[in-house]
Design a protein. Structure first.
Length: 271
């Protein structure tokens, strides 16, 4: 994927206070509306009809100050905005990421995938993701009604990345489903003098990546699971034909296997 140069600029955005309108703005500290870490207070929502929107404040802007007063918290911001006299000019100082500067040859890998080169212009979220609903209490003094907050807006660059990630996730799930149809059969003879040395996680692997089913999160080097050939990251489907339903049930089943009996682990084919 082409690398884009992204720079930021400081802007002073002004609007006249109108007590008949709300500012329609909320901020998050240290994180943007998508959960990406950011320095300072990042604008999370801007109501389309609010005073912040009229001033051209954008979702994703880092709000530095209002009328020269540094932003220290959302509550303090709301109080400051509420106390501004009607008709007074309000100055928002924000730090905004400039539009991406394209590399020399943008129409390369992206064109091959049917994706045109994209800019920093804002577009609706390609998967229709909506912004988190705001409580009416939160917007009591300068916010927007919850019904004014609709589809999340992202840059065209972010939209392209979201679509690519969605395609990759769909491909991964399809591969995982196919792998589950042809499980590996791993066996070991039970030895009461040794532990199985096995633990699992549901719906997530040891790195925190989402998976379908129960993922092996630990295999002790000297345990019976290791002797059977189980590996961290394997998706464990069944033990001796009995479906895996949870770690506690698995431990109970393994504990009840007779000494000297052959134990068969079925795991999804490794992809």
């Amino acid at each position: 994927m082409p690398t884009l140069i992204r720079e930021s600029e400081q802007l002073a955005l002004t609007v006249l206070k109108d007590n008949k309108k709300s500012f329609g703005i909320s901020v998050l500290k240290g994180v943007d509306y998508e959960g990406v870490k950011r320095d300072g207070f990042c604008v999370a929502t801007v109501a389309p009809t609010g005073l912040a929107a009229i001033a051209k404040v954008n979702v994703g802007d880092v709000l530095l100050s209002v009328d020269g007063q540094e932003v220290t918290s959302q509550d303090a911001l709301f109080k400051q905005l509420k106390d501004i006299p009607d008709g007074k000019e309000v100055v928002f100082t924000v730090n905004r990421v400039k539009e991406a500067t394209p590399p020399t040859s943008p129409m390369t890998e992206r064109s091959a995938k049917g994706l045109d080169f994209v800019s920093g212009a804002r577009v609706p979220h390609p998967l229709g993701k909506k912004k988190p609903p705001a409580s009416r209490g939160l917007f009591a003094c300068c916010g927007a009604p919850a019904d004014e907050i609709e589809i999340m807006m992202v840059t065209e660059l972010e939209a392209a990345k979201i679509l690519e990630a969605a395609v990759a996730e769909k491909d991964r799930l399809a591969a995982a489903a196919e792998a589950a149809k042809n499980p590996l059969s791993l066996t070991v003879v039970n030895n009461k003098k040794s532990s199985f040395g096995l633990s699992i996680l549901q719906g997530v692997n040891y790195e925190g990546v989402k998976v379908e089913g129960f993922c092996v999160s630990n295999v002790s080097p000297g345990g019976l699971a290791a002797s059977a050939g189980l590996m961290v990251g394997d998706v464990l489907i069944s033990v001796d034909g009995e479906p895996v339903t949870g770690q506690e049930a698995l431990f109970k089943q393994l504990k009840g296997i007779a000494d000297g009996a052959t134990v068969t682990f079925a795991v999804s084919a490794r992809i």
